[in-house]
Design a protein around this ligand. Structure first.
Ligand code: LRH
Ligand code: MN
Ligand code: MN
Length: 395
């Protein structure tokens, strides 16, 4: 590939690349052992919008912010005008709407798979509210992560819970408006430690299919067992037209929510390759989102690093000579095929990405620009006293 062709490919890929940032990635979070409060963490939805807008200003790639209903719209639908005003003020739009069925006491034994029909009805009401919020905000996706499950064998009927979930998901699907979708996220364990009702992509896929055509599967890269071939799952979901989107993050052990690409950048490259190797129509229906919560790293720095990493790896993936690779695969020329693939991964695309940033009027080095802007000092100064009042451990 000539240098001019490389530039053209990388620039075209970056022009079309957007990745949503999560509102909760700017807020204080911790592990179940404690919470290390940060002076600059966002504690209000206004602050989360301001931070998301700053990331977008620096990277040019994150024009939407994912909202978690209970955390960001505690008043439910009544908070929609507040969000709309923030969208206008900060120039970033609401992205996926994430219902929250995992923190209220009534969901201790499950939400949409709870044996109590009354609790299931409450869960459905929250899902329907979330659909309405999404419609009012003009956001496309309602992203469902269902934490339901059980901790001990024999304590719940797995079969009955499947039927209950089907009922609620079907009713939620029926409420979706024109242009709205529901994404079903899976996760093998945590908070449930014996069985999780939607534990893997097979279960999510089947539930999505039964719910209806506007339901698709959401792949969170942290939600797999060690060694799972995630790109193969992606390839299958593309093949059956059921891939709705991603929650990107990285992990070493479980659902660690680490910065994208910090542990295994090659995995992200392999996932992106399956996507770029699919049709334009397939690609149009895939929502890229970050789902991370940084316990120790600065929130802003971590988010900028993540978006920049996503851009760089996407750019690398765009450099795979897919026509040549297809020929080599067909002829089973294994070493040449692997080298063709790996060469793109090992190429340093950063100079090309820098050129692209310059040409689009963006900072050439977003992380450096963040440091030089003084934004982190500014928000730390403004928010420190509020954050100091936050509990720093669960004791
Ligand atoms: C669950 C999850 C899900 C939630 C988010 C906060 O582990 O990935 O997407 O909404 O974390
Ligand atoms: Mn997730
Ligand atoms: Mn997760």
């Amino acid at each position: 590939m000539s240098a001019a062709q490389e530039t053209e490919r990388v620039w075209a890929a970056l022009d079309g690349f957007h990745i949503e940032v999560p509102s909760w990635g700017f807020a204080n979070t911790g592990t179940r052992f404690g919470k290390f409060v940060q002076g600059g963490a966002a504690t209000t939805i206004e602050e989360k919008f301001a931070d998301a807008a700053e990331v977008n200003k620096l990277t040019g790639a994150s024009p939407t912010v994912a909202l978690h209903v209970l955390w960001d719209l505690p008043g439910g639908k009544a908070d929609v005008p507040v969000i709309q005003a923030l969208e206008k003020k900060h120039g970033v739009k609401s992205g996926s709407i994430n219902p929250n069925l995992f923190q209220d006491l009534e969901y201790k034994f499950g939400s949409i798979a709870n044996p109590s029909s009354e609790i299931r009805a409450n869960a459905l009401a929250h899902l329907l509210d979330s659909v309405e919020i999404g419609r009012a905000l003009g956001s496309k996706d309602v992203s469902l992560w269902i934490a339901d499950g059980s901790n001990y064998p024999g304590t719940q009927s797995i079969r009955k819970r499947i039927v209950w979930m089907e009922e609620v998901l079907g009713a939620t699907h029926a409420a979706l408006g024109e242009g709205q979708r529901m994404l079903i996220e899976y996760k093998p364990f945590e908070p449930a430690f014996y069985h999780t009702d939607i534990a893997d992509w097979g279960m999510a896929l089947e539930l999505a299919r039964r719910a209806g055509p506007k339901a698709k599967v959401l792949v969170d890269t942290g939600h797999h067992y060690q060694g799972t071939n995630i790109e193969q799952i992606v390839a299958w979901l593309l093949h059956v037209d059921q891939l709705g989107g991603f929650h990107f993050n990285d992990r070493k052990y479980a659902d660690d929510d680490l910065t994208l690409g910090s542990i295994d950048p090659y995995q992200l490259f392999r996932i992106f390759h399956e996507i770029l190797n699919s049709t334009k129509e397939d690609q149009a229906g895939i929502a890229f989102m970050i789902d991370q919560s940084h316990n120790l790293k600065g929130k802003m720095e971590a988010m900028v690093q993540s978006v920049v990493t996503a851009q760089e790896i996407y750019a690398k993936t765009a450099l795979v000579d897919r026509a040549r690779l297809a020929e080599l695969q067909q002829a089973c020329r294994l070493v040449e095929a692997e080298e063709c693939f790996r060469t793109a991964f090992w190429q340093d695309v950063r100079p090309l990405v820098r050129e692209w940033r310059k040409s689009r009027g963006l900072p050439v080095d977003p992380l450096k620009a963040l440091t030089e802007s003084g934004y982190v000092e500014k928000i730390t100064g403004e928010r420190e006293s509020k954050n100091a009042k936050s509990v720093s451990s669960y004791a």
